[in-house]
Design a protein around this ligand. Structure first.
Ligand SMILES: Cc1cc2nc3c(=O)[nH]c(=O)nc-3n(C[C@H](O)[C@H](O)[C@H](O)COP(=O)(O)OP(=O)(O)OC[C@H]3O[C@@H](n4cnc5c(N)ncnc54)[C@H](O)[C@@H]3O)c2cc1C
Length: 480
């Protein structure tokens, strides 16, 4: 997130001096590391949780259309940087068909309803449907092989899906920024505190950011601070003392993958196959069998299996959760615990799962899977947002930009759809924190050349969507 914001700011004003402080020894070792997330270019093509069923039997499509447009914005940004010679998209972006697959009568009825509605929308008009076992075996051989021929299976497919190595993307953003001299990046440097400096006339001035690095404790002054610390953003937001922080608490969900070590199996799957989440499962725990390209190597991932750890970062502390409890967020946390019984039950069950039960879950997707080919790998931590509202504490499963009223500080909380929509999220940060400069002619001109459709809405106008897609496909080599 921080790298995306840095890249955007640099494009808009190359004279800005940027400082990035990272507690670990390299960039993107937490959630953005390739093996810590699923690497799906979330465009709502296959993720069934983005189109929940409604009381009237139809599915809600608004969120899916909005996520799809956000991903198009990311593609538009990457295309422009590639065109300017500042980003090699080949190092992190691959085309992989996005498939949703289900095999119970209830889930097939749901998928049919979803397909019927989405297929009518310009964003998803290329979606295909199949219940034909021969075609399904072509689409997803590993899912169909060894399956009971009597078991009905249905799937939808969108050819223009992607797999993204967000760790490689982060590095690709940062390197040219460092080389240009615009960005100073300090590793092994943990931000510990931040406070607003009061000017002599008692008005609020710059931020004083206190950090501990290889040469001890230091501080730096900055007129604007972005807390792009992933799971570590909430504690820092709380330390900033801005009143907006009082509305938030965090609920960490950990994850595990099964990773296939048999290269010949990985070669046979060229798609991301998403299923339907179990009852009570948090939406981001939808099981999927995923083709991945990491460091140029093909691999196969299944999961995630959810779990609970009180850490906010994979390399964090077990005290993260208790230390985040405040008088202002304790009640909302308790309310969420009391009203999300199914989620708590689901997490307890996932934690209790034995290796044999995990393998059984994998075999529902891939009947011929052999336990010896798969090893367990720990995914990143996701700190879900608990937000205080008049109706009580609410568990919020998306992301949220929290900004101080004067726009001098912003933080990103939450996890999903996350990295795929980073460009749209960072444009919101610019809107809220750099409004005046964003409206200036100079920034508008630069923004327009970077994101040619920025002043148009692909969600409302199919021609805009088509133009965006044609441009990105030509520059990135994607095919419908
Ligand atoms: C299991 C799982 C699956 C996912 N799947 C997908 C997917 O398929 N597609 C998708 O788009 N998104 C996915 N996501 C979400 C995605 O990974 C995140 O949205 C994204 O990586 C968040 O980026 P970030 O920069 O905010 O956080 P991070 O990548 O976690 O980076 C935060 C950085 O801040 C550093 N930091 C923290 N605290 C401090 C401090 N005090 N001082 C200095 N540095 C600090 C950390 O070390 C870290 O490097 C998934 C996430 C998980 C966990």
């Amino acid at each position: 997130m921080g790298a995306t914001l840095a890249a955007l700011l640099h494009e808009l004003d190359p004279s800005l001096r940027l400082l990035m402080l990272e507690r670990l020894e390299a960039p993107a070792l937490e959630s953005s590391a390739a093996m810590n997330n699923a690497g799906t270019g979330h465009a709502a093509n296959c993720e069934l949780n983005y189109t929940p069923i409604q009381a009237d039997g139809t599915v809600a499509t608004t969120k899916a259309v909005s996520i799809n447009a956000s991903f198009e914005r990311s593609l538009e940004f990457w295309s422009s940087l590639q065109q300017k010679g500042r980003l090699n998209t080949g190092g992190f972006l691959r085309q992989a068909a996005h498939i949703s697959a289900v095999w119970t009568a209830e889930n097939i009825a749901f998928l049919r309803q979803r397909y019927g509605q989405l297929n009518q929308l310009p964003a998803f008009s290329a979606m295909r449907w199949s219940e034909d076992p021969v075609e399904l075996a072509e689409w997803m051989p590993l899912v169909m092989e060894g399956r009971d021929p009597q078991q009905p299976v249905a799937a939808t497919r969108i050819e223009r899906g992607t797999d993204v190595d967000f760790g490689a993307l982060t590095q690709a953003y940062l390197l040219p920024l460092q080389q240009s001299g615009a960005l100073e990046l300090r590793y092994g440097t943990q931000v510990q505190n931040l406070k607003r400096i009061r000017r002599s006339d008692m008005t609020e001035g710059d931020w004083r950011v206190v950090f501990k690095g290889p040469s001890g404790k230091k501080e730096v002054r900055a007129p604007f601070v972005f807390l792009g610390a992933g799971g570590g953003a909430l504690p820092l937001l709380q330390r900033s003392g801005i009143p907006e922080a009082d509305d938030f608490a965090g609920f960490p969900v950990s994850g595990l993958w099964l990773v296939c070590s048999d290269a010949s199996l990985a070669e046979r799957q060229t798609a991301k196959v998403y299923g339907k989440a179990a009852v009570g499962a948090p939406p981001m725990s939808v099981p999927h069998l995923d083709t991945r390209w990491i460091d140029g190597q093909r691999s196969l991932l299944f999961g995630p299996f959810a779990g609970f750890s009180s850490k906010f970062l994979k390399q964090g502390s077990l005290l993260d959760l208790p230390a985040s409890v405040r008088a202002t967020n304790l009640l909302p946390m308790l309310q969420v615990g009391a009203t999300n019984f199914e989620l708590v039950q689901y997490l307890i069950n996932q934690l209790r799962q034995s290796p044999a039960e995990r393998h059984e879950a994998l075999q529902q997707f891939m009947p011929t899977a052999r336990a010896n080919d798969w090893t367990l790998s720990v995914a990143g931590q996701r700190v879900q947002i608990i937000k205080r509202s008049k109706q009580g504490g609410r568990l919020q499963l998306g992301t949220e930009v929290v900004a101080s009223g004067d726009g001098s500080l912003a933080a990103l909380l939450g996890a999903s759809p996350g990295a795929s929509t980073a460009v749209t999220i960072m444009l919101e940060v610019l809107q809220r924190c750099f409004k005046q400069r964003l409206d200036s002619e100079a920034w508008q001109q630069r923004l327009q050349s970077l994101l040619p459709s920025i002043n148009e809405d692909p969600q409302q106008d199919p021609q805009v969507l088509n133009r965006m897609r044609e441009r990105s496909d030509a520059l990135l080599g994607l095919a419908a």
